[in-house]
Each structure stands twice: as structure tokens, then as C-alpha cells.
Design a protein around this ligand. Sequence first.
Ligand SMILES: [Zn+2]
Length: 86
Amino acid sequence: MTRDASLDEFLDESDDEREDGEPDAGEPDATDGPPTPADVEPARSTYTWSPGGAECAACGATVTERWRDDGQQVCADCKDWAGTPD
Ligand SMILES: [Zn+2]
């Protein structure tokens, strides 16, 4: 038995335990699973995310992200970011 060999084994085992334990201990919210677009969408009702792409009502471009603008779902380029009074 050599001191170097036993030291390496100890360090390797210690490192493995830390990798397994840190994610759960550091991120308690992760137990509920990662956030998904479906979870985020209700919080931002003006925003729609379409995984397969959807047509912009204004310019016809196929985009994955659209925003409600004057009652229509439009792409980022067509969205009036300056804000239109309702
Ligand atoms: Zn557009």
C-alpha cells in the first residue's frame, strides 16, 4: 500500500459524492422539474411560444415567438414595442 494510491482513491470518492449531492441541495426548486414554455405563458398573456412555428398575422413570417398586438399574434418585428394605449 502506498500513501499516494490511498489518497487518490479518497479524493475520487469524495468528488463523486459532491457531484451527486450539490444539485439537489443547491436548487430546491429543481425538484418540481425545469420550467417549460407552457408554465411561463400564463404569466405573460401577451406572449405566445409555438414550438413548431406559427404565422405572424401582420407579415406572414413563420416564427416561434409571437406577441399579441391589437388583437393579433405578431412576430417581434411587427410588435409595437413602443406600446399602444388600449
Ligand atoms: Zn411579423
